[in-house]
Design a protein around this ligand. Structure first.
Ligand code: DC
Length: 229
């Protein structure tokens, strides 16, 4: 069967990774969470003291980029790959609200994007990949055969994120999450390099009121139509 590239882009906390993981599992494709890579670089910057009160020491981070080794290691129990930063599993640490608060500023840096986009293109060069992010259908794989652009209301997304973080035992307030979701939307959509925009040929998918199974089924059927063409 022919292999295609699937790009899942959209606003933060729209369930991109849930959909992308479901598609990859069903199609036996590789799943790549590109946001995890930006999060891992952010965690590195925080650990090195390059971020203080939301201010990034940009020159220091850029100078250190060669020292950052990122790797996805497949976890057979979980059924997906976890992010390793310089040999250490950081899957949990990169999902904290602290990292979420700083990641958009890190993702604005041209040098960071150049490094990560090159890695992403390498991972997907054989096709058979589902990658989620913000610029996958526009910059990383502009020729992807299937592009999905996911949106949902900020409130719906904040509730989902809030529940997720509470389940993980984080002590968070709903209002703080809503503010973070809205702030990231703004920075991600208005940055100079590779802003979050819908590719002209992407399917617009608002999942504010769509269940996960229904969402998966609709996009999966779409993928099959392209694969079988
Ligand atoms: O998908 P996520 O919420 O884990 O992504 C975290 C941040 O990384 C997001 O706010 C913007 C940035 N990002 C990006 O700029 N480009 C991507 N392809 C993926 C994520």
């Amino acid at each position: 069967m022919k292999k295609i590239t699937i790009a899942v882009d959209g606003l933060s906390s729209t369930g991109k990774s849930t959909l992308a993981k479901q598609l990859a599992k069903k199609l036996h494709y590789i799943y790549v969470d590109s946001g995890a890579m930006y999060r891992a670089v952010t965690l590195y910057a925080m650990q090195e003291g390059f971020i203080e009160n939301g201010e990034i020491a940009k020159a220091d981070l850029i100078e250190s980029l060669d020292k950052i080794e990122l790797k996805f290691v497949f976890n057979t129990h979980l059924g997906f790959a976890e992010m390793f930063l310089n040999g250490k599993n950081v899957e949990r640490e990169i999902r904290t609200l602290e990292v979420s608060k700083n990641v958009s500023q890190v993702a604005e840096l041209e040098q960071v994007r150049t490094k990560l986009v090159a890695m992403q293109q390498e991972m997907g060069k054989e096709k058979g990949v589902v990658m989620d992010g913000r610029d996958i259908g526009t910059v990383v794989f502009p020729n992807a055969e299937l592009k999905v652009f996911m949106t949902a209301s900020p409130e719906k997304r904040a509730v989902r994120r809030y529940k997720e973080l509470l389940d993980k035992g984080e002590n968070v307030k709903y209002e703080e999450i809503l503010e973070n979701v809205q702030k990231r939307d703004y920075i991600d959509s208005n940055r100079q390099i590779s802003p979050l925009v819908k590719a002209d040929d992407a399917i617009d998918f608002d999942n504010s009121d769509v269940g996960l199974d229904d969402q998966f089924q609709r996009i999966y059927e779409h993928a099959l139509r392209i694969i079988e063409k």
